[in-house]
Design a protein around this ligand. Structure first.
Ligand SMILES: Cc1cc2nc3c(=O)[nH]c(=O)nc-3n(C[C@H](O)[C@H](O)[C@H](O)COP(=O)(O)OP(=O)(O)OC[C@H]3O[C@@H](n4cnc5c(N)ncnc54)[C@H](O)[C@@H]3O)c2cc1C
Length: 271
């Protein structure tokens, strides 16, 4: 189906859902119940990404790193389901999702271009126990993100800040251009004795005065950023499949135990 026609169906579906939100629910474990989520606010992040602040009645909280499934239903019954990481810290008490638009995608153009305050869709979760970080873990933290793969890592950094954790945390973020860096001001503000933020730009020449790297992540970069393997850091890698596989491979090559490297893949293979 053509993107525009599909968008129209999904846009109509969101309205239809708003009119019948009372019907949502069902049997099964709490976290697998489909709930009605209402968009309370929309925050632009970059030219291609927006954060949706959601109201979800009955939400029981989440761990940093977990995700939700969302389901959009068109008037004719057509449904589209996608996963999105929770960007907010558990302490925030609300669900925020940051969605990066994929131009030829089915769902992300609707969520970033059409969805507005008051719109509703279905959501279930929180989902995932493996790709989560709790500030009670004392090992140094290494976060490696590509593009929107930063989202669950940001939830971890926000959790780190919310509980005033003294655990050493290092972020290596790969973004296409400076304009594509999610949460840029917040990342700058996070830098402290405990938190180090490193950014590499992968597309085109870096802007004059750019203090970070401007190449794809490689072994030398990871070696510089990562704590030594002997420190047994907790490592979280998230982003497009190819990015995640390359970063994890390099980390193992540098001597990190595979068991200490948690990965989450967002995109299709080669994406
Ligand atoms: C656990 C999990 C958490 C996720 N969290 C987030 C998040 O926080 N923010 C976010 O923006 N996305 C996230 N994603 C990705 C998201 O689920 C969708 O895949 C993405 O929004 C694209 O959906 P779409 O319907 O627009 O594109 P589709 O219609 O599914 O795909 C359109 C085209 O884009 C390609 N494509 C699909 N996904 C990607 C991708 N991620 N990168 C590059 N190409 C792609 C497809 O192969 C296809 O060619 C997450 C995925 C998983 C599995």
């Amino acid at each position: 189906m053509e993107g525009a026609a599909l968008l129209e169906r999904l846009t109509a579906g969101a309205t239809a859902l708003g009119q019948r939100s009372g019907e949502i629910g069902g049997a099964g474990p709490e976290r697998l119940i489909w709930r009605a989520a209402t968009i309370r606010d929309v925050r632009p992040e970059t030219p291609s990404a927006k954060t949706l602040l959601l109201g979800v009645p009955g939400w029981r909280g989440h761990l940093a790193g977990q995700h939700v499934d969302i389901r959009l239903t068109a008037d004719d019954g057509y449904q589209a389901e996608r996963s999105y990481s929770i960007a907010s810290a558990p302490e925030a008490g609300q669900v925020e999702l940051t969605i990066e638009r994929i131009d030829d995608g089915e769902v992300s153009p609707y969520l970033t271009l059409d969805a507005m305050r008051g719109d509703m869709f279905e959501l279930r979760g929180p989902i995932g126990g493996y790709f989560t970080w709790d500030a009670r873990h004392r090992q140094p933290l290494l976060l490696v993100g590509g593009g929107s793969g930063l989202v669950p890592l940001m939830a971890m950094l926000r959790h780190h800040r919310a509980v005033r954790s003294r655990t050493e945390a290092r972020l290596l973020l790969s973004a296409r251009t400076q304009a594509d860096i999610l949460y840029r001001d917040e990342l700058e503000a996070l830098e402290s004795d405990e938190v180090a933020v490193h950014i590499t730009l992968t597309r085109g020449a870096a802007p004059p005065g750019w203090p970070g790297w401007s190449r794809r992540i490689d072994r030398a970069m990871l070696e510089e950023v990562a704590p030594a393997p002997e420190e047994q850091p907790s490592i979280y890698v998230c982003g497009p499949t190819a990015f995640v596989e390359e970063a994890a491979r390099l980390l193992v090559e540098l001597g990190h135990e595979p068991a200490t490297i948690r990965t989450e893949r967002f995109g299709p293979s080669g994406g």
